[in-house]
Design a protein around this ligand. Structure first.
Ligand SMILES: Cc1cc2nc3c(=O)[nH]c(=O)nc-3n(C[C@H](O)[C@H](O)[C@H](O)COP(=O)(O)O)c2cc1C
Ligand code: SF4
Length: 612
């Protein structure tokens, strides 16, 4: 039986590779391209809009046809190779040969850890046979940011939470109708399903509640920038995208750089287990936009680029609508604001890779120095922030830094939006004090462990933040508190495992994810993650080789993806050696799988018991 929390290796996620021959664009393709992206202005199309244009074609034709790529290159006065190298980098672009048939619809089933725990793999395996048609493509997808609704999937651009085979088939049939028989050979039942309604504070309501008053006061110099900076520093707000750099200090560094300065906002939210940015965006988008305006004013950035992951289609529509309302009736002079669409590449959450992507290139992280605060977007000094960091700015200044710093437990300060998923009764975004322990988080905020599950292990910071045992459930969760144990909190994506799961399966799942998402630029990461994933499949681990790989990945990778990739390996050695044949099963530990489970050190090719 297939292991449930390991990505299937037979499901191919990457796109078809096609050889594009140099040739002139054909007239019809040129017209089709122009119909979507408009005629090139005299100075030519903006180079940085290449990915936006690829999206326009990909949406319209359900793939990127060779003839369109040739025409697009001509329209944008770009070498064909440049267009192709960008298009081939992103998971959401499918390059097709002319004459090939594009799928009418693509269903993406999440195989991230939380969805795998909830049975995502079963869905992925059953769905193609149930749909029984080759015009609908079913593929696996890395975490789609809906872990609290696991298993999650996307039917075209529509997100489906708590997905079942019946719901997904019904949604597919609504979009591309066909008479189908179910497994009992009866016509497929109509299954009513709609995304649960969420109350969003829209522009008028936000303003009616005093919203944008602070931004206008800062822009009109009624509130001094220094006062805002002081509040940010006193509150101790640290970047909530994962690295935890103090926000106020970052503002000062960028403010001291020469003009023009730019700002880039990170809503790529690709870390498996993280969904807090989506949660806040769906509910209170203007609190974030007001924070953005205040930051832009204090730091003096003349343009702002918001990068939103492609999986958040509803979020994009919402943000487009609310941005339009803000622009139509601005509370104060606004900077230039552009919303950019990611294209399915986790690495584009890394700040310099995100800037490359906004510039319309492959999302490959840059070497540092220079830091992006000095040489960032389009070569200009750039303030880069996670969505949630900006989300707190208004409250910190209005309520006072003591309000934010007044939260916290076990000697830590501030508030955190924990994304909690896995084996808890009530998964979701939990706004809790920084420094809360896992045990407190589960008991006080998540209604306890799910029925029939006892805590065995947890991932405190998504794929990269390590895997810790239940014995460390009383360590405060915050920046800097988990490093001594071999983990980190990152974006506070907490995934909880129980006695029915195995840490080795989780480790393999995240290593496969990292191998899949490595941008491939540097050898230690590209080869190291793939080789490690292969070695981690073995019943008994080759500890020496894995240690060597961990050392090289950690020391010689360019960016945080490769540098953090050793974490799952090291945590396995340290806390779960019994699972990988490196020691006997400890007598005081509940055996995953309970009675009848495989012997200590057994390979993960058998499926642990699942009780979603
Ligand atoms: C592999 C990798 C992926 C990342 N993904 C994200 C992401 O999805 N969202 C995010 O805000 N930061 C992400 N980061 C962190 C960013 O590089 C950067 O530190 C952060 O956006 C800075 O904003 P902040 O100071 O407000 O946290 C990622 C970092 C790495 C190394
Ligand atoms: S560490 Fe990995 S993701 Fe980062 S630049 Fe190197 S290959 Fe790319």
């Amino acid at each position: 039986m297939e292991n449930q929390i390991v990505q299937p290796i037979h499901v191919v996620r990457s796109k078809a590779r096609v050889q594009l021959k140099g040739r002139q664009p054909d007239a019809a393709a040129l017209l089709e391209v122009r119909a979507l992206i408009g005629e090139a202005p005299l100075e030519g199309h903006r180079r940085d809009l290449l990915i936006e244009h690829l999206h326009a074609l990909n949406d319209a034709y359900h793939g990127l046809f060779e003839r369109h790529l040739v025409a697009l290159a001509a329209e944008m006065r770009l070498p064909m190779a440049e267009v192709f190298e960008v298009a081939s980098f992103y998971h959401h672009f499918d390059i097709l040969k002319d004459g090939q048939t594009a799928p009418a619809l693509t269903v993406r089933v999440c195989d991230g850890l939380s969805c795998a725990l909830a049975g995502g793999q079963d869905l992925l395996q059953r769905l193609p046979a149930l749909l029984c048609r080759d015009d609908v493509r079913v593929i696996s997808a890395p975490c789609i940011g809906r872990c609290e609704q696991a298993p999650a999937a996307q039917v075209g651009q529509m997100a489906v939470g708590h997905a079942t085979a019946d719901i997904l088939v019904a949604q597919v049939l609504q979009k591309v109708p066909k008479t189908l028989k179910n497994e009992q050979n009866k016509p497929y039942p109509t299954v009513e399903w709609s995304y649960p309604a969420i109350e969003t504070v829209a522009y008028d309501d936000y303003r009616a509640q005093g919203g944008y008053g602070l931004a206008a006061a800062v822009v009109n110099s009624e509130v001094d920038s220094e006062e805002v900076l002081h509040a940010m520093e006193s509150a101790g707000l640290r970047g909530l995208g994962g690295a935890g750099f103090p926000a106020g200090r970052k503002w000062r560094i960028v403010r001291d750089q020469p003009v023009p300065r730019l700002m880039a906002v990170n809503i790529d939210e690709g870390e498996p287990g993280t969904f807090k940015d989506r949660f806040h965006l769906e509910r209170d988008p203007h609190r974030f936009l007001e924070g953005l305006l205040i930051a832009a004013q204090v730091v003096g950035t003349e343009a702002v680029y918001i990068y939103l992951r492609d999986e958040y289609h509803d979020g994009r529509r919402l943000l487009q609508r609310e941005l339009a309302a803000l622009l139509a009736d601005p509370p104060c002079p606004l900077p230039h604001i552009e919303l950019r669409r990611g294209a399915g590449a986790y690495i584009c959450g890394e700040e310099s890779a995100m800037l490359e992507s906004i510039e319309g290139k492959r999302g490959e992280p840059r070497m540092r120095p220079p830091y992006i605060a000095e040489v960032g977007l389009f070569g200009r000094p750039t303030l880069e922030h996670n969505f949630e960091t900006l989300y707190w700015v208004r409250d910190i200044v209005e309520k006072g830094p003591e309000w934010f710093a007044g939260h916290g437990r076990h000697g830590r300060k501030g508030l955190r939006s924990f994304s909690v998923s896995g084996r808890v009764k009530e998964p979701g975004v939990k706004l809790a004090p920084a420094g809360i322990t896992l045990r407190e988080l589960i008991d006080e905020y998540c209604g306890g462990m799910a029925e029939g599950h006892t805590l065995y292990a947890y991932l405190p910071g998504g794929a990269s933040g390590g895997i810790l045992p239940a014995s460390l459930a009383d360590v405060p969760l915050d920046f800097d508190t988990l490093q001594p144990y071999g983990g980190f909190i990152g974006s506070a994506a907490v995934i909880v495992l129980s006695q029915h799961d195995r840490a080795r399966d989780a480790a393999l799942n995240v290593m496969r994810f990292l191998a899949d998402e490595s941008c491939g630029q540097c050898t230690p990461c590209r080869v190291g993650t793939a080789k490690a994933a292969q070695l981690m499949e073995a019943k008994v681990w080759d500890a020496d080789t894995l240690d060597d790989l961990a050392l090289v990945m950690g020391d010689a990778s360019i960016c945080g993806l490769g540098q953090a990739a050793p974490n799952p390996i090291r945590c396995m050695h340290k806390y779960f050696a019994h699972e990988v044949g490196e020691g006997p099963w400890p007598g005081d530990l509940p055996h995953p799988g309970g009675k009848g489970a495989a012997a200590p050190g057994a390979a993960s090719t058998t499926r642990p018991e699942l009780a979603p």
